[in-house]
Write a protein of this length. Structure first.
Length: 165
């Protein structure tokens, strides 16, 4: 992820390098989603297949998410040692709790493996379609405001997404 590091460190020049803009505040630099989540994927990054980068439509939305990672997840913290099946079961558990009315921020704190997620309540801010990997964007942009996604799998793990704007 050489280009991702360059894009994160040189955020003011990120667009000049062909990087998708970061989805939210500068507090993401050096942690959070710029390292472990679906944002900041440069359009020309060699290890990202073209079909995994969403096309820019000019539309923006806001969303929050809970990320459950597993041993095969890209950029997972060393503390994450669960299997893919265990991660999927955990993500489905989160989705069930959310559908039953549980507080999103509380579940982010208890379940999300994304560094810095608890401090943001899982908030991704407002972002364009091409700021996220395609499976994430496809799911998030189909939602209406306030709606929850099903469990969405990306190379980072399993996400439960709630559209906010």
């Amino acid at each position: 992820m050489r280009w991702l590091a360059v894009c994160t460190l040189v955020s003011t020049s990120a667009l000049a390098l062909g990087c998708a803009p970061l989805a939210t505040s500068p507090s993401w630099a050096g942690g959070g989603m710029s390292v472990t989540g679906p944002v900041g994927v440069p359009r020309f990054e060699p290890d990202v297949p073209v079909d995994e980068v969403a096309e820019d439509t000019g539309e923006t939305i806001g969303a929050r998410h809970i990320l459950v990672m597993h041993l095969g997840s890209q950029a997972r913290p060393e503390s994450v040692v669960r299997s893919r099946d265990e991660a999927l079961a955990r993500a489905r558990e989160v989705l069930g709790k959310l559908k039953a009315g549980a507080d999103f921020a509380a579940l982010v704190d208890a379940y999300s493996d994304e560094p810095g997620a608890a401090e943001r309540g899982g908030d991704l801010g407002v972002f364009p379609r091409n700021a996220m990997v395609k499976p994430f964007s496809d799911a998030a942009f189909k939602l209406t405001v306030g709606e929850l996604s099903d469990v969405v799998e990306t190379r980072y793990g399993f996400h439960v997404i709630k559209r906010t704007k």
